[in-house]
Design a protein around this ligand. Structure first.
Ligand SMILES: [Zn+2]
Length: 290
């Protein structure tokens, strides 16, 4: 699932190539992700110029010349692929060569064409992602529902301590709660807990101050590093196109079920459902409680 680093990566990449471009055509191959009704959606986008791309948590917000916004949520398996004669820029869910060699593919639901002939494809295998047009007021209302955004001035240690205060939910569930902290999903929540040496099922309120500080530092350093490496993708689309680096190479617990822990070299990475989500941890490095 694309999380904060993956969505931020595609936001930055798309900003470089689609700002100032006019949308000349909107093709909807499947209406599932379009939340406004196809005709209304097409009318809201036709002949509009993309002014800016913002992000809150895992939600991307494209500002249009009409003053409205196109919201793009990739959810579990959403992808955005931009294609012009020279470039292919892709982001979101992990890619295989199949996804990009022959566009549109069988999971392409929406295609935007720009006045310079370039195209943007929205693909989504499982169809949980969505596209929605909102005005400024609606957008602000949606943004207000999100919690503190990591790597911004708002996300201070005090703010983080305040978020954890009196929460009896497992720390993993608190990290995943978008209304408390925006942008962390299953991959980075597991990695953050491991880096801090905290068992993900530990009640947030029972953590001591030192553990909370470790978690706070881990959130910032891991998300920063993941953005630097353009997120975590499990297939090698990016490297296949000459792009270096991938945060998948740095994962300590996520995707490493039953493998030896890199840190203590004796623990075997375990997988347990916590708050309804699969959670990976090292039973040696992360003191199992409860
Ligand atoms: Zn370990």
């Amino acid at each position: 699932m694309p999380e904060l680093p993956e969505v931020e990566t595609i936001r930055r990449d798309l900003t470089k190539v689609i700002l100032g471009k006019k949308i000349t055509n909107i093709e909807v191959l499947h209406k599932a992700p379009v939340k406004d009704g196809v005709k209304k959606f097409q009318e809201a986008l036709k002949d509009k110029v993309i002014k800016k791309i913002d992000r809150v948590g895992k939600l991307m917000m494209l500002e249009l010349s009409s003053g409205n916004f196109l919201l793009v949520h990739l959810k579990m398996t959403g992808q955005l692929i931009y294609q012009n004669k020279k470039n292919l820029i892709a982001g979101g869910h992990s890619f295989s060569s199949f996804d990009i060699t022959d566009l549109p593919n069988k999971y392409t639901w929406v295609i935007w064409s720009f006045s310079d002939g370039s195209k943007l494809y929205f693909n989504d295998m499982r169809k949980f992602g969505y596209l929605k047009i909102v005005d400024k007021k609606q957008k602000e209302k949606i943004v207000a529902k999100y919690g503190a955004e990591p790597l911004t001035k708002i996300f201070t240690l005090n703010k983080f301590l305040e978020i954890l205060d009196k929460r009896n939910a497992p720390i993993k569930s608190v990290l995943l709660n978008q209304a408390l902290i925006a942008g962390i999903g299953n991959i980075y929540a597991d990695e953050v807990c491991f880096a801090a040496g905290v068992f993900p099922a530990t009640k947030a309120s029972s953590l001591d101050r030192a553990e909370k500080i470790k978690l706070f530092k881990a959130i910032n350093s891991i998300l920063k590093k993941a953005i630097k490496y353009k997120g975590t993708t499990f297939k090698n689309y990016l490297s296949a196109h000459g792009r270096k680096g991938n945060f998948a190479d740095f994962l300590q617990v996520y995707g490493r079920d039953k493998e030896k822990c890199f840190r203590c070299v004796q623990g075997v990475i375990a997988n347990k459902k916590i708050g309804g989500r699969s959670s990976r941890y090292c039973p040696v490095c992360q003191k199992v409680v409860g």
